[in-house]
Design a protein around this ligand. Structure first.
Ligand code: AHM
Ligand code: MG
Length: 338
């Protein structure tokens, strides 16, 4: 039997490829790994334990917070604070960023942005959810207070990004800017093993993923592109298949493995769509580009958007490069604004 490589071993091996690496990033991954295991355990208890359903609060965007959202938010926060390697964190679940103000966190150079449980409305119906995270170097001076600008950096400045998919198995997929690798969790011994080395998007793809319930409210370019996906054309193997789970991580992960495009466009009354730039779109975009795909807001690179607020939204078109290019062409020719 061939030797399996664990996530911990892999991260340490990679660290040696960067002369001068201090190991801090490796330890941040250790914290993320630990919190992921706790969330995995809770998700797998859903339905048995009293964890399903609403926690009775609303988050800053007026959405009902699920109990698991609250649990996961706490676990990621405390795991990341405990090792003294991160000085602050911004989460979908918190109105504002938090500063980790223990003395050991004060001089840390990294901040984390996170969506602790994305697609959480799917938990009650036993459908995959995910965690999405993004790591940056702070821009404010070490030892001073953490400031908003530490979080409002364009996606091109990400040091690392990843997601955990809690699906038929639990997987962690991440990049530090040198390719994308995936690790599958073996719950019997509590270890993530390298299972998907050097993940790359198929250039083409035959899947389009979008909430078609919003169709009539989409910009003309998006409508035309959806019709293009549905048309019969033997040369390009169309019509394509429509697949939409309603969990960004799960929809994205399937398309990464099989080839396809995921879209969350603007729609009437929502000029910036639904998904959040900083802790949903940017980390997914970093992984996408590292896997040879394209992540666009319909006009240009997601990673180059200069954020102006913590919870801002952006339209997202992400996936196999050829498909995203075609979608962009349709939007250029027929309009990407509603
Ligand atoms: P959430 O962060 O509140 O869970 O919302 C994000 C989710 C994504 O996972 C998914 O792609 C999208 O919302 C689905 O939205 P819709 O139900 O409008 O299709
Ligand atoms: Mg989310």
């Amino acid at each position: 039997m061939k030797d399996l490589v664990t996530l911990g071993e892999f991260v340490i091996q990679k660290q040696h490829e960067y002369p001068g690496a201090t190991g801090e990033l490796s330890q941040i991954f250790g914290a993320i790994r630990l919190a992921s295991k706790l969330v995995h355990r809770e998700i797998n208890k859903a339905g048995i334990a009293d964890i399903v359903g609403s926690a009775g609060n609303e988050n800053v965007q007026g959405e009902d917070q699920q109990k698991l959202d609250v649990y996961a938010n706490e676990k990621f926060k405390s795991a990341l604070a405990a090792r003294g390697l991160v000085c602050g964190l911004a989460s979908e679940e918190d109105d504002d960023f938090v500063e980790f103000d223990q003395p050991m966190n004060k001089g840390s150079k990294y901040v984390v942005l996170i969506d602790p449980v994305d697609g959480s409305s799917n938990i009650d119906v036993n459908v995959s959810v995910g965690t999405i995270f993004s790591i940056y170097r702070r821009v404010s001076p070490a030892n001073g207070p953490v400031i908003l600008e530490d979080f409002l950096q364009p996606g091109t400045a990400q040091v690392a990004a990843g997601y955990i998919i809690f699906g038929s198995s639990t997987m962690l997929v991440y990049t530090t800017g040198n390719g994308v690798n995936g690790f599958t969790f073996d719950p019997s011994i509590g270890v993530f093993y390298l299972s998907h080395q050097n993940l790359t998007f198929p250039k083409k793809g035959r899947i389009y993923s979008v909430n078609e319930g919003n169709y009539v409210h989409f910009p003309a370019g998006v409508k035309k592109f959806i019709k293009y996906c549905q048309e019969r054309d033997d040369a390009s193997d169309r019509p394509y298949s429509s697949r939409y789970i309603g969990s960004l991580v799960a929809d994205f992960h399937r398309n990464l493995l099989k080839g396809g495009i995921f879209m969350y466009p603007s729609f009437a009354g929502h000029p910036k769509g639904k998904l959040r730039l900083l802790y949903e779109c940017n980390p997914i975009a970093f992984i996408t580009e590292q896997a040879g795909g394209i992540a666009s807001d319909g006009k240009g690179r997601i990673l180059e958007i200069q954020p102006s607020e913590l919870h801002e939204r952006t339209p997202l078109f992400v996936g196999s490069s050829e498909l995203v290019k075609v979608a962009e062409e349709f939007m250029e020719n027929h309009g990407s604004e509603i």
